[in-house]
Design a protein around this ligand. Structure first.
Ligand SMILES: Nc1ncnc2c1ncn2[C@@H]1O[C@H](COP(=O)(O)OP(=O)(O)O)[C@@H](O)[C@H]1O
Ligand SMILES: [Mg+2]
Length: 393
């Protein structure tokens, strides 16, 4: 079909034409909005799942929903590595400045003036200069130099002002498992405080499957602070819709055999649905798409995954990290016990620790629970097996 009209969007954070099967996840957030407007307490939400299941596109959709309801939003992605902590703090401070700055004209109102002064203090204390709100800092608010207290003052004064407008402050954090400890703990403390004070403030987070455990490790009450939702592969109907919907928008359709053959290959995993749908669009010359088209699309889709998606991970790994991944691959897509990996490689856990840490920081594996590791994408183990067989041939 016409390549420029391909309605499938394999990628990272690229919105699909049809966001299939996420109705209940969207409804949970709709309910948060509705309850906030009615001043009924509601828990913020954390969404977790493997890479490629659609967390980022869901978060973007929730953010649009919040904006549509005139909520004040800040969104950022927590980044691993040295620059991450500073980038997160700056994102928060500049978000506070942007949000409070909208009310500058109402500075004669005490509530608004307080918000502006507090935010000025906060941005100075995280080292942001030159974002002037036209008021002096309040030396008694957000000026302690302690992140949790300063963040709390800022969130409190902003959300008190927003509450008056029937609005709320929502911070959307993608890759939340990457937040540095100090900021993570501070955000949890502030969210806890806001719940007790019934302030309209919510952290909406997305991250890998270990995110809920990370939050609970940081603050044990985090277990009850959030509503936790797991984002996984789609159910069968949603998987079909994610393929037929985009084609339908372009006036094209699938034969039911072709549809089933393609879906079977994807395991209902959103990224693969986009990749195989896109391959179908490439190979088909007429619609309804046929079983023969599906066979060709499966071959093309697999080839694309094996030349892009999987190698992007494999090739970022050093030889010793690859050995570590190969030892994991014995367990397929299931999690691997660190002790088993040690045994398979005949190396101590201590000797393997640097490889494990490096693969985690590269986002290739994660630790679902103490003493275990797993791949962050499905199908990685099979890919490694295919590589091994290619080398042996
Ligand atoms: N509900 C869905 N239905 C169909 N495709 C989806 C859905 N959610 C995500 N996708 C597609 O899956 C891919 C991965 O989405 P992304 O949000 O980047 O995943 P994650 O953040 O979990 O790694 C993208 O190509 C996106 O268009
Ligand atoms: Mg993402």
């Amino acid at each position: 079909m016409e390549p420029d009209l391909n309605p499938y969007h394999p990628g990272s954070g690229i919105a699909p034409r049809v966001l299939a099967g996420r109705e209940s996840d969207l409804a949970a957030f709709d309910s948060l909005i509705a309850r906030t407007k009615l001043s009924v307490p509601v828990r913020p939400i954390v969404y977790s799942g493997l890479r490629g299941v659609g967390k980022t596109v869901l978060l973007n959709r929730l953010r649009s929903l919040a904006e549509h309801h005139q909520f004040a939003v800040i969104q950022f992605e927590a980044r691993p590595g040295a620059g991450g902590p500073e980038a997160s703090r700056r994102a928060l401070a500049s978000g506070f400045v942007r949000i409070s700055g909208r009310y500058r004209m109402q500075v004669s109102t005490a509530r608004i003036k307080q918000m502006l002064s507090t935010v000025t203090s906060f941005s100075l204390s995280v080292g942001i200069e030159g974002l002037s709100l036209g008021v002096d800092r309040d030396p008694s608010r957000a000026s302690s130099g302690l992140l949790d207290l300063d963040l709390q003052d800022s969130v409190e004064d902003i959300s008190l002002a927003l509450r008056h407008e029937r609005s709320a402050l929502v911070i959307f954090i993608d890759e939340m498992q990457e937040l540095d400890e100090e900021l993570l703990e501070s955000l949890l403390t502030v969210q806890h405080y806001a719940m007790q004070r019934e302030l309209p403030f919510y952290i909406i987070g997305t991250g890998l499957p270990n995110l809920p455990a990370k939050l609970t490790e940081a603050r044990s009450y985090a277990e009850r602070l959030f509503e936790y939702r797991i984002i996984g592969e789609l159910d069968d109907d949603a998987a079909r819709e994610s393929l037929t919907g985009p084609a339908g928008q372009m006036g094209q359709s699938y034969s039911s055999e072709a549809l089933e053959a393609l879906i079977k290959e994807t395991g209902n995993y959103p990224y693969f649905l986009q990749e195989f749908g896109s391959a179908m669009w490439t190979v088909a010359t007429a619609s309804p798409f046929s079983v023969q088209n599906a066979q060709a699309a499966v071959a093309l889709g697999r080839a694309r995954l094996d030349s892009g998606f999987f190698p992007a991970r494999w090739e970022r790994a050093t030889p010793s990290e690859r050995a570590y991944m190969s030892a994991m691959a014995t367990d397929g897509d299931r999690e691997s016990r660190s002790a088993d990996i040690s045994q398979r490689l005949d190396k101590s856990a201590q000797a393997l620790a640097p490889m494990r840490a490096s693969l985690i920081s590269k986002g290739i594996i994660y630790s679902p629970q103490r003493g275990y590791v797993a791949f962050t994408v499905p199908g990685m183990a099979d890919f490694i097996d295919r590589q091994r067989r290619l080398l042996e041939d």
